[in-house]
Design a protein around this ligand. Structure first.
Ligand code: PLP
Length: 380
């Protein structure tokens, strides 16, 4: 049996997304910047995609900029909000994705900002009162706090953070890569200034993404060149990526509550089985709390085991199960997870992130549990 439980890394493309993209590989190959009919038909398709994305997010098409993915969108929001708005202080957390953390660290190193990282507790929760204190001392900061953590599934309260941002005149960017297409984002009512998406996290194509920037918080471009994306991102558009991401988002919104219910049932079953079949199992972050975590992610901490130590992912892979690492190793030989390290996870326990999509089944969970039982049978 082959089991794919690494959907937070990337997802399988939906056939309907591929079908929507195909004509733009075969027949509609014009450059959207060309004024002739070949170009114009592609330009129209891009603008239709932008309108679709904007409608789904309750935003305006002029607030949506297509990018090469979540990383570029994060970089653009952070670097260019600092430049455009003269920001000199940023607040983030140690468990952000590296697309955010490394970008802010570079800005700090270059002397463009001073970076403050919020404390997180052992479950990975940030401290909102510390955020308030920092904002009080540094009004007009940049806040970058993700919606859901990609490793441990913790959810931040964007409404609460956004209200604090408003109170203290901050620019609020949130990395929404893991929640786009999985939750409704109502941007007319959510007080965020910039959010991002990567199409491959919700059954769209890799190398596609977008950035939303609120109208009254406009920023300068990150990539300079031609006048594409209304002068916000030079370079001939990734037309098939744009068609694909818009279609994927449309499909995600169409059946979101059904998908959520199905994925939650898979995750719930997994938690119950682990608790009953694997003695000593624990869960990292908030991921086992069904009401307070991203429903696609479960981060499992397994008891110390000689035969699996450092080999668990490899052993699972041999059984056809694809999952992701979550080692907290800090020996220097291998770079472990900065997220688990921030939570103070014990290095002798192995951690695995299982992440789900609408294509997963309960049978796949049962198969994985059987294999985990075999792998841990010697010691438990
Ligand atoms: C939270 C988060 N931010 C950013 C990214 C980067 O997105 P992309 O792969 O589209 O560049 C990822 C992808 O793993 C992610 O999980």
């Amino acid at each position: 049996m082959k089991v794919y439980f690494d959907n937070a890394a990337t997802t399988a493309m939906d056939d309907r997304v591929i079908e929507a993209m195909l004509p733009f590989m075969k027949t509609h190959y014009g450059n959207p910047s060309s004024v002739h009919s070949h170009g114009r038909e592609v330009r129209t398709a891009i603008e239709k995609s932008r309108k679709k994305v904007a409608e789904l997010l309750n935003a305006s098409p002029s607030e949506i900029f297509f990018t090469s993915g979540g990383t570029e969108a994060d970089n653009t929001a952070l670097v260019c909000s600092v430049e455009t708005h003269g920001i000199t202080h940023a607040i983030s957390s140690p468990i952000e994705h590296h697309a955010v953390l490394h970008t802010l660290e570079v800005l700090d190193k270059k002397g463009k900002i001073k970076l403050s990282l919020l404390d997180v507790d052992q479950k990975g929760n940030v401290d909102y009162s510390q955020l308030r204190d920092l904002l009080q001392k540094n009004p007009g900061s940049l806040i970058s706090l993700m919606h859901a953590n990609n490793e441990i599934g913790n959810l931040n309260d964007l409404q609460k953070i956004g209200e604090l941002a408003k109170e203290f005149g901050a620019f609020f960017h949130s990395d929404t890569v893991q929640t786009m297409g999985h939750y409704v984002h109502d941007l007319k009512n959510l007080p965020v200034d910039a959010i991002v998406a990567g199409g491959h996290k919700f059954h769209g194509p890799k190398g596609s993404g977008f950035l939303y920037v609120r109208k009254d918080k406009k920023i300068h471009p990150f990539i300079h060149g031609g006048a594409q994306e209304r002068n916000m991102r030079g370079g001939t558009e990734n037309v098939i990526g744009i068609i694909g991401i818009a279609k994927a988002l449309e499909l995600a919104y169409e059946h979101m509550s059904d998908h959520q219910a199905h994925i939650l049932s898979v995750k719930k079953h997994f938690i119950e089985k682990l608790n009953s079949e694997i003695p000593g199992v624990e869960f990292n972050g908030m991921s086992a709390d069904l009401d307070h975590s991203l429903y696609t992610v479960l981060n499992v901490s397994l008891p110390p085991s000689e035969s699996n130590r450092g080999m668990l992912l490899f052993n699972l892979d041999l059984e056809g199960i694809s999952a992701s690492g979550g080692s907290a190793c800090s020996s220097g030989a291998t770079v472990g997870s900065h997220v688990l390290r921030a939570l103070g996870h014990q290095a002798e326990r192995d951690s695995v992130r299982f992440s789900f999509s609408r294509f997963n089944t309960l049978e796949e969970v049962d198969y994985t549990i059987e294999k985990l039982k075999e792998l841990y049978a010697v010691e438990v």
